[in-house]
Ligand binder design. Structure first.
Ligand code: AMP
Ligand code: MG
Length: 343
């Protein structure tokens, strides 16, 4: 059994975890920064990076102490090396390098997306390759065929905003607090999902890519018109996102023989989104899995676990491994027109 320390700081969550290659989660700790970013309605990269610097060492100390381990007992140090907000990425990566250097243990520079992609295997040893992963978070919206450790086919990505980002922006337009996803879900429960006509960008198009920017503009117009109740706008927006996710994922499912659809990312916390995707999986004759909520959103257990999977296969990295703002999991994936900013 290999014991892996995982470190994560690529967006606005600082996290550390100790995970065994036998799937034991010995300890995990996470510090979010929602309060710090709330006045701005979104993540401010510089504020995030500074907070990671302050918080990460204490989280490392805490997981070691909770697990009753010393740093010398760790077999490998796994740190997110990208993609993400570069100032933040550098914090965990450099901390990981320092610990690897001090202990003489190998460094594993983990792709954050691989962390999400392999996270369902941490809690489900039975999950068979290949599976289709819909990753819907604040920074990403992708459909990935997970073939085996280290082999991923990207079937789709967003050409503009991520799904969680769309929730956050729509919430801001409606005067709701950050993060917008939970606020929209709560308000939507009192609204009519068919009251406000909103577009379903790219629905029905030939490739399963996503787009949410037009939807945001339509919400802006609906809110400015003063003709609709905010609850109706929230419900109609949530329905539009959900329809897009289902339509695009259905097309991707038709292009893979993956037996299971797995959903991860913060948006998977949305009960209606989860229910609609589960319905889709059943209709398409596939199984459906959602890792527990804490493992769906950013965390270090998934980074430690991806590190454990790589360590067991001898995939370690040199101490000059770069921090990367962009780092596609599938290097062969074609560039999508308009997709200038997402990994
Ligand atoms: P992550 O990027 O995985 O940490 O997830 C954060 C993103 O998930 C943010 O953009 C949130 O607005 C979004 N989110 C969280 N909870 C919900 C929810 N209940 N419904 C929709 N989006 C959500
Ligand atoms: Mg993430």
């Amino acid at each position: 059994m290999a014991l892996v320390l995982g470190l994560e700081s690529s967006c606005d969550d600082t996290a550390a975890a100790l995970v065994g290659s036998d799937r034991a989660i010995l300890a995990h700790a996470l510090a979010g920064q929602n309060e710090a970013h709330r006045p701005f309605g979104g993540v401010v990269p510089e504020i995030a990076a500074r907070a990671h610097v302050e918080i990460l060492p204490e989280l490392i100390r805490r997981v070691l102490s909770e697990a009753g381990k010393t740093i010398g007992e760790v077999d490998a140090v796994a740190a997110t090396a990208g993609p993400g907000l570069i100032g933040g990425v550098m914090v965990a990566l450099l901390a990981g390098k320092g610990l690897a250097l001090a202990t003489g243990r190998p460094l594993i520079a983990v792709n954050h997306l691989e962390g999400h992609a392999l996270s369902p295997r941490l809690v489900d040893p039975e999950l068979e390759f290949p599976y289709l992963l819909l990753l819907v978070s604040g920074g990403h919206c992708q459909l990935l065929e997970v073939r085996r450790v280290g082999e991923y086919r990207r079937l789709a990505t967003t050409i503009d905003d991520a799904a969680g980002e769309a929730f956050d922006k729509a919430a801001k337009l409606l005067g709701l607090p950050y993060p917008g996803g939970p606020a929209i879900e709560t308000l939507a429960a009192q609204g009519d999902p068919h009251a406000v006509p909103l577009p379903r960008p790219l629905a029905g198009s030939g490739e399963p890519h996503f787009s949410f920017a037009g939807l945001k503009s339509a919400v802006q117009r609906a809110a400015a018109s003063g003709e609709h109740r905010p609850a109706d706008i929230a419900a109609s927006f949530q329905q539009a996102i959900l329809d897009c996710l289902v339509d695009r994922t259905k097309l991707a499912l038709e292009r893979t023989n993956a037996r299971t659809l797995v959903v991860a990312g913060g948006v998977a916390a949305n009960a209606r989104v989860r229910a609609a995707l589960e319905r889709l999986a059943i209709d398409e004759g596939r199984s459906f899995a959602v890792p527990p909520a804490w493992l769906c959103t950013d965390n270090a257990a998934m980074i430690a676990w991806a590190g454990a999977e790589r360590f067991e296969r001898g995939l370690t990295d040199p101490l000059d491994a770069p921090a990367r703002a962009r780092w596609p999991l599938d290097a062969q994936a074609e560039k999508v027109r308009g997709a200038g900013v997402k990994a």
